[in-house]
Design a protein around this ligand. Structure first.
Ligand code: GTP
Ligand code: MG
Length: 253
């Protein structure tokens, strides 16, 4: 008999357990899912809420997840060290992706799948840089989705509209969205422009028996720009109040 265990060649692939990581999952073929579920365009709150709930449920499991940053069809989950499953890459990526897929599918009543990847995060500065990168993408996504819709409303096919928008500057897109849809993109809800952050926190409540700590999951719908001084302060505060980081403060770079 062949030693089949030895053919599971990636099962030993692991990352040091004392490093924070982001696990980012992205919906597979969500354009098709959005069409079949007739999701609202360009943004559907039902989809966002299903991703928020899936993230909350993951955080409520006994896993060291401090926060989840969400926009469009993607979620970035920050895991604090020590990493679960001895840092085994296959285990981490497959469980997180399938957990989010299962919860989202149940919420939407549609079989939704997510791919997944791991990103190493060395310290707080890198976390801010990573989140700013994804938030830039959220903003680009907002401009693009509204602009696509404005051209499609004029009768262009999605493909033609995408072709037309290729390489266009953001000022042009702003103008187009305002002219064709009457929408000031700078004024659409913050969650559409900047995404949403779900975080685990500890609240200290004063009771008649003295202060009591309670873990809670909180959703922030009005995010600052992560690359601004206000954003930096916000992320610092999120990490300070996250129970998984308060324990040993490993992210304090
Ligand atoms: N109508 C609608 N569609 C959305 C919403 N959020 C995400 N989507 C769709 O999901 C897609 C996400 O982009 P991608 O991840 O690049 O596209 P994808 O179809 O998921 O393709 P793969 O990720 O490569 O499998 C968008 O292009 C939209 O078509 C939403 O709120 N409303
Ligand atoms: Mg996708």
């Amino acid at each position: 008999m062949l030693d089949w265990k030895s053919r599971e060649i990636f099962s030993r692939l692991s990352i040091p357990v004392d490093i924070p990581i982001i696990v980012r999952v992205d919906g597979w073929r969500f354009r098709k899912l959005a069409e079949e579920l007739e999701l609202e365009r360009p943004y559907d709150e039902r989809l966002l809420r299903s991703l928020i709930n899936a993230s909350e449920e993951l955080m409520e499991r006994n896993l060291p997840v401090a926060l989840a940053y969400i926009f469009s069809d993607e979620i970035s989950l920050l895991f604090a060290p020590p990493l679960p499953w001895n840092g085994r890459v296959e285990k981490i990526v497959s469980i997180v992706s399938s957990f989010i897929s299962a919860r989202t599918s149940l919420a939407l009543g549609y079989a939704a799948s997510f791919d997944g990847r791991i990103v190493l995060i060395r310290d707080e500065d890198e976390l801010v840089s990573y989140l700013s990168w994804r938030q830039d993408e959220a903003w680009r996504n907002a401009l693009n989705s509204y602009a696509l819709l404005s051209l499609e409303k004029e009768g262009l096919s999605r493909e033609k509209a995408a072709e037309e928008l290729h390489g266009k500057k953001s000022e042009y897109l702003h103008e187009l969205i305002f002219k064709k849809l009457g929408v000031n993109i700078a004024k659409v809800p913050a969650w559409q422009r900047r995404g949403v952050l779900v975080r685990k926190t500890v609240r200290i409540r004063n009771t008649e028996y003295g202060p009591v700590e309670r873990k809670e999951v909180v959703v922030d719908w009005e995010l600052p720009l992560f690359s601004s001084p206000e954003g930096l302060e916000y992320i610092k505060r999120v990490l300070e109040t996250a129970p998984v980081f308060r324990r040993d403060g490993l992210l304090q770079g």
